[in-house]
Design a protein around this ligand. Sequence first.
Ligand code: ADE
Length: 280
Amino acid sequence: MTKYNSIFRDNLFQDRTILVTGGGTGIGRAISHELASLGAHIIIASRKLEKLEATAKEITDAGGKCSIYTLNIRNEDAINAMFDEMLNDHKTIHGLVNNAGGQFPSPAENINQKGWHAVIETNLTGTFLMSKTAYNRALKQNQGNIVNIVAEMWNGFPGMVHTGAARAGVSNMTKTLAVEWAKDGVRVNAVAPGVIHGHGITQYDPAFVESYVKMASADIPLKRMGTESEIASAVTFLLSPAAAYITGETLKVDGASSLWRKTWVIDNHQNSAKFDGFED
Ligand code: ADE
């Protein structure tokens, strides 16, 4: 049985219902386990039913409450239909964790319009549509709050330009929504994970992962990758009353990698055109 040991106090989220997108795997699964272990009724939504079922079983076997809905966050009609069903079943939600996302590594010059749009639609548009729907249909009625999962994109995101642009957009959107929705007591924050050793990394080509992990860990001041639980506990803090005065913030959980790590090797070259306005 999968048991989750949270650092937070028991029943912190008693009588709270929290929707976690992409909650069936990886960081989303850890967030779902952690919040359920603290008494929340967790609703996980994503595209793949088998993954949802497996995580829901883990949570309920451990004594937690978990419901599942299949959902494509890129489609506003599907989101509204899912909310119809979910609110009929559970009345309201008190929190939303926008964790669902996806991207693929590629040099920018090889990404076509379809690939670019797919990543922007999932990570940026999907997060906006989910936030707006949750706010209008539940959160503004009960001072709920939102946590968005973004990424380490502070120096751009060489190798994944699409997700860097989308996640930076979400971090900016987090500030806007925090201000616009403050009137209803709805807080909106984000967590920016650094390099996490977990399910996410297994999605990529093993050769890419091996070189990436070696390069990344060496340059992280804490000299290791983070865990999914270290992201889950930051999300839990931001959702909790302990963060009642925090809104519009993106919290880095990255072992200081964003202050130090080089993510891209620049080959030696002499291709920089120079400007010199002086005539000898
Ligand atoms: N996880 C990755 N992409 C997703 C999508 N479009 N909808 C829901 N969950 C997802």
